[in-house]
Design a protein around this ligand. Structure first.
Ligand SMILES: [Zn+2]
Ligand SMILES: [Zn+2]
Length: 335
């Protein structure tokens, strides 16, 4: 099968013919139909995290058709539509797995990092952690939801944002374009913040009530002029965004940190305590979160803005992403 393979940190992906994976008990083999291109892959390719498996096929927003089900698989059969997210598998038994926090499982296995992912014609998955993909969704629209949609969905869910409250989405990239729509679907008043005009225009088209161009005005002041945010969802991988987002909060507000800028950050302790600020972090979501956000998309509440590409285009796309030139999502589509 054709696959884009990473051989070592810092290298480009190389397009190769590799064997189709062999499945074992509890696993399914999926003919990949689409795989979203995630910013996280840039961190992996750069070797910012130690790569446990090399060579490795990246890609953790995978959807496709089941072509084979291994012994003991009861929830999928050939012909079914399946999705494989960042979480390939977890132990299923620890305190995290049994309390709706499976991303924290110490035995987590990650797709497209610890095991091969979806930049390939076939991928194998643990049937226990693969998720059914609703018929209503085109492959290309479904794929990015598996990470770029799931991550802000979980973050907004744990933020506790209530109907009518102001949610500021800091950074309207792949995750942000979903975050705007999810917050809207939750009944929030949504303010989108970014430094790129095109991304703010996209946010408006997707239903943002207001936009703030952080390249033109001080975004925290602009938010305070709007009454302050009950929730700031910080998706931008920029350190200044964290303090700006913090300063944009109302009393009792919640800052949810998702984006990963390099280095550390500092926030004022007095301002946090005196104003009753909650600071949360959120990574990916659970299988159940994924089912919920896919259902939201199937009902037309969130739309994917994605452009199709081929495996051959991946290196160029990653170059463009490094320069911040990609708005919406790129999705590798397979014929
Ligand atoms: Zn991702
Ligand atoms: Zn576990």
């Amino acid at each position: 099968m054709k696959a884009a393979v990473l051989h070592k940190a810092g290298a480009a992906l190389s397009l190769e013919d590799v064997p189709v994976p062999k499945i074992g008990a509890g696993e399914i083999l999926i003919k990949v139909k689409a795989c979203g291109v995630c910013h996280t892959d840039l961190h992996l390719m750069a070797g910012e995290w130690r790569l446990p498996k090399l060579p490795v096929i990246l890609g953790h927003e995978v959807v496709g058709e089941v072509v084979e089900a291994g012994h003991g698989v009861g929830n999928f059969q050939p012909g079914d539509r399946a999705g494989v997210p960042w979480i390939h598998s977890t132990c299923g038994a620890c305190e995290y797995c049994t309390s709706n926090r499976e991303p924290l499982c110490p035995a987590i296995v990650v797709t497209g990092f610890m095991v091969d992912g979806g930049y390939a014609e076939y991928v194998k998955a643990a049937a226990s952690h693969a998720v059914a993909v609703p018929q209503e969704l085109a492959w290309q629209d479904a794929a990015p939801i598996l990470c770029a949609g799931l991550t802000p969905y979980r973050a907004l869910k744990i933020s506790g944002a209530a109907v009518g409250e102001t949610v500021a989405v800091w950074g309207v990239g792949g995750l942000g374009h979903y975050a705007v729509q999810i917050a809207k679907a939750m009944g929030a008043r949504v303010v989108a913040v970014d430094v790129a005009k095109a991304k703010l225009e996209l946010a408006s088209r997707l239903g943002a009530d207001s936009t703030v161009d952080a390249s033109q005005v001080k975004p925290d002041e602009a938010l305070r002029d709007l009454g302050g945010a009950h929730v700031v969802l910080c998706l931008a991988p920029a350190r200044e965004a964290i303090l700006q987002g913090f300063n944009a909060l109302r009393r009792g507000g919640t800052l949810v940190l998702v984006g990963l800028p390099p280095g550390d950050f500092t926030l004022p302790i007095l301002g946090s305590v005196a104003k009753g600020i909650r600071i949360l972090t959120s990574g990916v979501g659970t299988r159940q979160d994924l089912r919920e956000v896919l259902a939201l998309a199937a009902r037309g509440k969130i739309k994917t803005v994605a452009e199709a590409c081929r495996l051959e285009d991946l290196n160029d796309i990653f170059d463009a992403m490094r320069q911040g030139k990609v708005s919406g999502r790129r999705v590798v589509a397979f014929p």
